[in-house]
Design a binder for this molecule. Structure first.
Ligand SMILES: Nc1ncnc2c1ncn2[C@@H]1O[C@H](COP(=O)(O)OP(=O)(O)OP(=O)(O)O)[C@@H](O)[C@H]1O
Length: 498
């Protein structure tokens, strides 16, 4: 059975129900876009039709749609690609056929999750790119005030309100007519009221109630079977501030995210609200949740373990709280770990590709090994060789070694690695990456390199060097002195990690 929330998305703005004022404002924004060139932000609760309206608008204008998720991709890069200068050139050259032809409507979902801290150039760069964009951009957000003030000022605001039951009923009626299914009016009213404000949830309930029926009566309607979709910030408020354990758990079930993602959010934000002992108790529940989510993978994707993860991350964390709290919390963007995860994914990919490993071998076996061997960038020459071999940037070296990304130490390692790579290219010879180690004494096997220039020598040398480390770990005092951040490196002898 097809998903009615997709099948019956309005194809034109005039079919968008329940938010006439917002709909008209959106149309006016698009029709005058050439004059003002502002982005627009459509905000409101989940399921009220923001995304549907943006797509319907594009259809009316004859614009293509490019969908971006603000929390998935490096936002500045994504905007640059689709709405920066280069994209204008490409688009204008192909837009000979009239005013609207060739335009792309960039629809950026989850704009309240834009992850500024780790994005190229941060909030200002994103805001500037939006201001200079050469394509119309619609930002979609649930929580307007979670967006930075700069971003809010840079974009026109259109608020989508909860859709009234009175406006939901005709949408449901239309769908059943198109499906050729009869209905009692009161059945539709019941569904509309039970999902107050959330059109998408109402359409879902309608489909569930009408399944297999040729006439929907009040008895077919299971009201309260699901609540309206809950946004992430509402969920965080419920767990961290407002609801007792049982209700918080129920709320967690209504968020459209996996327990893994919910765990990242709670873990990242709990410190903004909890303190002292309640924070410690909350972390215990989060650690449990982490164990349960890992068990899903350990059991070849048995997702039934997710239940226990949700119990812990929602019910448990809510129970860890000493008292309820009011007020407004600025939760900020997507969790820190998601950026760490994307760095990790890049590192794992680089290791897998150059080593010819599977991703899981690279992640589970090789990465921990490299991390242990180069802990806090010690030994330095090995760390340089590794960075050269895998072509790692500062974030990746920092991820593997545990040293701060912005320290001189990491930056100078990446620079030296770049030199090594350049030398290797120049010499067209294998073994060049091992330059940093050339003065070292290699153990058995170091000279078994094949010299065929494909870089295997480097791996051999790295391996050999690694073997040597057990008895030789003292060669980097100069680095410690040069780098104030190296104080914590005293223990980084290789033997500690073998
Ligand atoms: N006439 C209509 N007007 C608006 N939405 C409709 C209409 N008919 C059906 N729908 C359905 O209502 C739902 C509206 O959800 P939509 O995804 O647009 O909301 P949203 O506000 O963007 O939510 P989110 O913030 O979760 O992305 C869609 O699934 C759409 O199919």
């Amino acid at each position: 059975m097809t998903d009615w929330t997709e099948t019956y998305r309005p194809t034109t703005l005039s079919e968008v129900r329940g938010n006439n004022k917002a709909r008209d404002a959106l149309r006016e924004w698009a029709e005058t876009w050439e004059d003002h060139r502002e982005p627009v932000v459509c905000h409101g609760a989940p399921g009220v039709g923001k995304t549907s309206a943006a797509h319907a608008l594009a259809n009316d204008m004859g614009w293509e749609v490019v969908e971006l998720n603000a929390s998935d991709e490096r936002t500045a890069d994504a905007i640059e690609r689709y709405a920066g200068r280069a994209s204008r050139n490409a688009t204008l050259s192909g837009s000979a056929g009239g005013d609207s032809g060739g335009r792309q409507l960039v629809v950026m979902d989850e704009a309240d999750n834009i992850h500024y801290q780790y994005d190229r150039g941060g909030a200002q760069a994103v805001t500037q790119l939006l201001k200079d964009a050469n394509q119309p951009i619609v930002l979609i957000a649930n929580e307007y005030y979670e967006m930075s003030q700069g971003l809010r000022n840079a974009a026109r605001e259109i608020e989508f309100r909860d859709v009234s039951a009175r406006s939901i009923v005709p949408v449901l009626r239309d769908i059943l007519r198109k499906e050729g299914i009869g209905f009692d009016e009161e059945a539709l009213e019941r569904i509309a009221e039970a999902n107050s404000g959330d059109l998408r949830a109402a359409v879902k309930d309608l489909q569930a109630s009408a399944e297999g029926a040729d006439h929907v009566t009040l008895d077919d309607v299971t009201t309260g079977s699901r609540n309206r979709a809950v946004g992430l910030f509402e969920f965080l408020d419920a767990v961290l501030k407002e609801e007792p354990a049982r209700e918080a758990l129920q709320t967690a079930y209504d968020v459209d995210e996996t327990p893994e993602d919910l765990l990242k959010w709670v873990e990242d934000k709990v410190g903004l609200v909890y303190e002292g002992e309640e924070l410690a108790r909350a972390y215990e529940f989060l650690a449990n949740a982490d164990v349960w989510t890992s068990r899903v993978y350990a059991t070849d994707y048995d997702y039934s373990w997710w239940r226990y993860a949700t119990d812990n991350l929602a019910g448990g964390v809510a129970a860890a709280r000493d008292h309820t709290r009011g007020g407004w919390t600025r939760y900020g963007g997507a969790p820190y770990r998601s950026t760490r995860d994307s760095t990790r994914d890049e590192v794992v990919r680089a290791i897998a590709e150059s080593g010819g490993f599977s991703m899981s071998t690279a992640r589970l076996d090789v990465l921990p090994f490299l991390a242990a061997m180069t802990h806090h960038c010690k030994p330095r020459d090995l760390t340089v060789a590794m960075a050269a071999w895998y072509d790692l940037d500062e974030a990746a070296v920092s991820y593997i070694t545990g040293s701060g990304e912005t320290t001189n130490k990491v930056q100078s390692i990446v620079e030296d690695a770049a030199d090594l790579r350049a030398d290797a290219v120049e010499e067209h010879a294998g073994g060049a990456f091992a330059g940093g180690q050339s003065e070292r004494e290699h153990g058995d096997g170091a000279d078994e390199t094949d010299g065929d220039g494909d870089g295997d020598d480097t791996q051999q040398t790295l391996d050999a060097d690694v073997m040597d480390r057990e008895s030789d770990d003292g060669g980097d005092e100069s680095e410690s002195e040069a780098d104030p951040a190296a104080d914590d490196d005293g223990q980084a002898g290789l033997s500690d990690f073998m």
